[in-house]
Design a protein around this ligand. Structure first.
Ligand code: SF4
Length: 223
């Protein structure tokens, strides 16, 4: 008599299946920050730290109308800049970093945002998350996986990482996912985090990833 054992999918197989379902669920997912130039994308991404993209998009029209490019931001009156970004939170720090980053972009890169991870990380206020967003959306370079609060939460709930910090989470995800999909993974996971796998109350009963998710609520497993 032969017995058949059903093997659970590996972490990598689950990650690839999640990726494929996210593509089907959110085919048109795109960066939700509004910008027209690479400098504006950089600034909007700096402003999005600890703030919603929606809030950032309310602030940037007046900001970019007054200071549209790196030279104008580099020479802006700091108090005026602070007031324009105040409602995004941590506004003093953000204004200071935006100005310092733009000064470096003007003085060292001829007013063009650099296109390597190494150079971007030297800009004040720019960590890997911001650099990944800029490289992917402005230059089409998948240098890493953007790990924001949604990507962190969902990757943990989906059992794809056990780490709490973005640097290790990013390393885990880079091993599991094909490089061309690194950025679209993050964008789509963010959509799913906003719509279904919410921070306080994940809607597991409506989640199309439930059969792949070790954190699915017990009521769903029992039901
Ligand atoms: S099953 Fe629940 S915890 Fe898992 S990804 Fe879906 S909503 Fe999030």
């Amino acid at each position: 008599m032969s017995t058949t054992t059903r093997k659970s999918p590996s972490k990598k197989q689950r990650a690839l299946e999640v990726l494929s379902r996210l593509k089907r669920l959110y085919p048109d997912a795109t960066c939700s920050l509004n910008y027209t130039t690479t400098v504006q994308l950089l600034v909007a991404t700096i402003l999005s730290a600890q703030c919603t993209d929606e809030r950032v998009n309310l602030v940037t029209p007046a900001l970019f109308s007054r200071f549209p490019d790196a030279p104008s931001l580099a020479n802006a009156d700091l108090t005026e800049l602070e007031n324009l970004v105040r409602s995004t939170g941590f506004y003093r720090n953000k204004a200071k970093n935006i100005q310092a980053a733009c000064r470096m972009i003007v003085s060292e890169y001829n007013s063009v945002v650099p296109n390597t991870m190494e150079q971007l990380l030297k800009l004040p206020g720019v960590a890997r998350k911001t650099a990944n967003v800029v490289l992917a959306h402005a230059y089409g370079i998948n240098a890493g996986v953007t790990v924001d609060t949604h990507v962190k939460r969902l990757s943990q709930r989906l059992g794809l990482t056990k780490y709490p910090d973005p640097v290790h989470i990013e390393q885990d995800l880079m091993k599991l996912l094909p490089q061309p999909d690194w950025e679209n993974w993050s964008i789509r996971l963010i959509y799913h985090g906003r719509a279904v796998c919410k921070a306080r109350s994940p809607v597991c009963e409506a989640c199309e990833l439930a059969d792949l998710c070790p954190s699915v609520t017990k009521t769903i497993i029992v039901g």
